[in-house]
Write a protein that binds this ligand. Structure first.
Ligand code: PLP
Length: 294
């Protein structure tokens, strides 16, 4: 059985000045599992079920050296009895995330940035004749991921004027947008890419949508790009964590919350609008930026 018993509450947050103007709630997907956390469980769930149904025994995937997706895949593989291999982008490195991946039994293959670009070829060159392998795209992107992410919305107990969510590949965004549409919610979906030039995400998201559905892509709050940061973001992470007791990661969730804060200060919302931020987890990203955070 592929399942995790978990709790992901919608928690009301008191964090002025945001909450002087709007009501802020966080859906705590970060509490799903310490390692298969946040949207990574959502994206893996139906892939794991699919792999088991097809009697595959080996998950093969791709990611960067601090990838939350790799860590979640490694932990899920160990929990549900599947071997795991990851192609890791870039030269061989050691870091706590990759160490944990290996502790969960994941086999790591480091690949130059140039070779990493052609993922189908990479997979073929290592695993072509291997029928045991189940291929997961980078970040778990795909229809199975989108399907799992719909459950973020079907679980909701309350209604909201706005939902905010971070994006890397856009699969989580697509699941949320689809389910808000299917459930006919009167909620505006706001997506905040963690990468620079986030407009490239629009086709990636639209590719997984079930209809032409309206949503808002906020491409402004990338803070220099993926895994880049700025002092104002670092200060915000510290302040938010110290005042709410909720950790946010420097790559994704902090940028999304910062976007909400900025939009509040620009009077983007109506007074007392109910805003839900999806905490997509990924807290091990903090380890990649610890030197800046303390
Ligand atoms: C991976 C990740 C995302 C990006 O999700 P996509 O479905 O790839 O857009 C967002 N937030 C966190 C914390 C993540 O780890």
């Amino acid at each position: 059985m592929i399942d995790l018993k978990f709790v992901s509450r919608e928690e009301e947050i008191n964090y002025p000045p945001i909450t002087d103007h709007v009501k802020l709630f966080i859906k705590r997907d970060d509490t799903i599992h310490p390692f298969i956390s946040g949207n990574k469980w959502r994206k893996l769930k139906y892939n794991l079920i699919d792999a088991k149904e097809k009697q595959k025994t080996h998950l093969v995937t791709f990611g960067g050296a601090f990838s939350n997706h790799l860590l979640a895949t490694a932990a899920a593989g160990a929990k549900f009895g599947l071997k795991t291999t990851a192609f890791v982008r870039g030269e061989k490195v050691n870091n706590p995330v990759l160490d944990l991946c290996q502790l969960f039994g994941m086999n790591l293959i480091f690949i130059t940035r140039k070779d990493y670009k052609d993922k189908p070829r990479l997979f073929k060159s290592y695993f072509d004749e291997d029928n045991e392998c189940f291929l997961l795209d980078e970040g778990g992107y795909g229809l199975n991921a989108e399907k799992g992410c719909r459950e973020i919305i079907t679980e909701l107990k309350n209604g909201y004027d706005h939902i905010f969510c971070s994006a890397g590949t856009g699969a989580t965004a697509a699941g949320i947008i689809n389910q808000v549409f299917i459930s006919k919610l009167n909620t505006k979906v706001n997506i905040v890419p963690a990468l620079k030039g986030g407009e490239f995400l629009k086709p990636e998201i639209d590719n997984l949508l079930i209809d032409k559905i309206d949503y808002q892509l906020h491409t402004h709050w990338h803070f220099g790009g993926y895994a880049k940061t700025k002092p104002e973001l670092i200060n915000f992470i510290k302040d938010f964590t110290q005042k709410t007791g909720i950790l946010i990661d420097p790559v994704y969730t902090s940028k999304t919350l910062y976007a909400i804060k900025d939009l509040v200060s620009k009077n983007h919302f109506k007074k007392d609008d109910k805003i839900l931020m999806i905490h997509t987890g990924g807290l091990f990203g903090i380890l990649g930026m610890m030197d800046k955070l303390v």
